[in-house]
Design a protein around this ligand. Structure first.
Ligand code: GLV
Length: 300
């Protein structure tokens, strides 16, 4: 089976993926974009990490597009994406575990005020704040996919009251009204773009906090800044941004109530993800069911 491997990766990352994929599926021939297009009719699958638009054009016999990214919003935004070819998201257990760790760290830090203590250290201030019990806090996880469920399962055993909300489930506003911490792990779709806007923040109780581990475009930045500056929101932990890297001089960089991560909440682990991709490639080759198919209508 000839497989195109391409994406938004530097040479070192490409080598790591080539090695992991070749180890997981030694019977496949792994081709870069130029090689794949030179033998286009023989290429049966593509393994991609947010590839440049147009990369998947002109491959008439593709049976599967396997994303190495969990979020396929950038892939779906490519107007030249071949129609009718099954596409699969990456569901990597190691990535879900890492995401759950980041979510847990954010909840613990917000609950116990550790971000505020870090700020006070920089100001040379020795001052404690009141300590609440975990079971006094309501944590709302937006998104009931692999990562939303993994995060909830990691946080709940510490005693927090955890709720998980999914978009086509119950109304959001009543859930927001009781949330102390909201963690966004929704996929980015036309329905969820800009969901975290002024109305959303106003529906949260005063002094609540927001953790965005989804996509930057879920958030209306100006509305978030306004909610933080007015003191309505206590803190925001942001891993993802409209433009990445977050541009120098952006208000988030030095905002005292914002913690910035460089899209590092959870990376795909090449060792486990290569095995997941290989299983799907073999399924596509053998006409067996493919796991984690993207529904192009729903856009995830
Ligand atoms: C990372 O953001 C991913 O979608 O895998």
């Amino acid at each position: 089976m000839k497989v195109l491997l391409c994406g938004d990766m530097d040479a070192a990352e490409t080598r790591v993926w080539q090695q992991a994929l070749a180890a997981a599926m030694p019977e496949a021939t792994w081709l870069d974009t130029a090689a794949a297009h030179a033998q286009a009719p023989e290429v049966q699958a593509a393994v991609v990490a947010s590839p440049p638009p147009g990369s998947l054009q002109g491959l008439p016999n593709l049976r599967l597009i396997q994303s190495l990214w969990a979020g396929v919003d950038r892939l779906l935004a490519d107007a030249t994406l071949p129609a009718g070819v099954p596409m699969a998201r990456m569901v990597d257990p190691a990535m879900s575990a890492a995401m759950a760790e980041t979510a847990l760290w954010a909840v613990l830090s917000l609950h116990r005020g550790f971000f505020a203590y870090a700020q006070r250290q920089r100001q040379g201030q020795w001052r404690r704040h009141a300590q609440r019990r975990a079971d006094e806090l309501q944590v709302l996880v937006l998104g009931q996919g692999e990562m939303g469920r993994a995060a909830a399962a990691r946080i709940a055993p510490l005693g927090y009251r955890v709720q998980v909300w999914r978009r086509d489930g119950t109304a959001l506003a009543p859930r927001l009204a009781t949330a102390d911490i909201v963690i966004n792990l929704l996929p980015l779709t036309p329905d969820t773009r800009g969901l975290l806007d002024a109305r959303f923040f106003a529906a949260l109780p005063a002094r609540s906090s927001v953790v965005n581990l989804g996509r930057g475009a879920h958030v209306v930045d100006a509305d978030l800044l306004a909610a933080l500056d007015s003191g309505h929101l206590r803190h925001a932990v942001l891993d993802v941004f409209h433009a990445e890297p977050l541009p120098a001089g952006h208000a988030f960089w030095n905002h005292p109530r914002v913690t910035v991560l460089p899209h590092a909440a959870a990376a795909t682990d090449p060792r486990s993800a290569a095995a997941v991709a290989a299983a799907n490639l073999r399924a596509a080759r053998d006409g067996a069911p493919i796991a984690h198919l993207v529904d192009r209508q729903r856009a995830y």
